[in-house]
Design a protein around this ligand. Structure first.
Ligand code: NAD
Length: 228
């Protein structure tokens, strides 16, 4: 018999206990920078050097961080579920924990792409201004910024629409279109939300939603009870 399909939609909160800061908790700032300065296409056009430095620091920080208990229990769930992670995170902690199917909706700190072609690769050395793809275009972090399309959204939507359980961990559900995935699970499915500040999340429908108001690493027992 095939295993039930479990989609896990994660956000910055799941990596908080690995030491990587979220941004909603900081008055619209991400690591003391204005989000529009470092995480928007306009910010990139205004000051690419600042943006490159910012993401290089995030990359270094992410490489030093370790997956936490929450990243690890998602791997454990693969014994009983066909687990697909859809993360808004740009760190690689799900992969390093051992999750086998991870879709990065908002890109990855560890990869670069060309500003004007499909050329992509893994960042080995800090990206610099003047570092070009073979067609002569500047390289940039392979991150989806505010003001840009989310190319993997249609794939993520198809996955959510076909799930048996939707588990949402550590996202404020304020960044669209990613947040819209929370409302796309089929009617027979079960939705579970894990967030210590869940009451501040603008959840549209809570009919079939179970809420665990705990930090991700402390939610395992309740989660197991809900998943049986
Ligand atoms: P967010 O910062 O808007 O929201 C984080 C959510 O996590 C909040 O609802 C908060 O209550 C919750 N939270 C805090 N600590 C938690 C914990 N220990 N356990 C469970 N939940 C906890 O994050 P978002 O909704 O993911 O949107 C932010 C955007 O910022 C994303 O697109 C992402 O790409 C980017 N971002 C990524 C990282 C990362 O990759 N680690 C870090 C910061 C921002």
């Amino acid at each position: 018999m095939s295993k039930p399909k479990l989609i896990v939609l994660t956000g910055a909160g799941i990596s908080a206990e690995s030491g990587l800061k979220t941004f909603r908790g900081n008055d619209g700032l991400w690591e003391n920078y204005k989000i529009e300065d470092v995480a928007s296409i306009d910010g990139w056009h205004k000051n690419p050097e600042l943006v490159l430095e910012f993401y290089e620091r995030r990359r270094q920080q992410a490489m030093q961080a370790k997956p936490n208990e929450a990243h690890l229990y998602l791997v454990d769930l693969e014994k009983d579920y066909e687990v697909q992670i859809i993360t808004q995170n740009v760190d690689d902690l799900h992969e390093r924990a051992g999750s086998s199917q991870v879709l990065h909706l908002h890109g990855s700190l560890m990869h670069y792409k060309s500003t004007n072609s499909s050329y992509r690769g893994i960042i080995q050395q800090p990206l610099k201004l003047g570092q070009l793809c073979p067609n002569g275009h500047q390289l940039r972090p392979d991150i989806v910024w505010f003001g840009e399309d989310v190319p993997l959204y249609p794939e993520a939507l198809d996955l959510v629409r076909d799930c048996d359980v939707l588990l949402i961990i550590g996202t404020s559900l304020q960044v669209y279109p990613a947040a819209g995935l929370a409302y796309q699970a089929p009617s027979h499915s079960k939705t579970i939300l894990v967030d210590p500040y869940a009451d501040e999340i603008p959840l549209e429908s809570q009919n079939t939603t179970y809420i665990i108001r705990k930090k991700a690493t402390l939610a395992w027992k309740e989660l197991k009870d809900l998943l049986v």
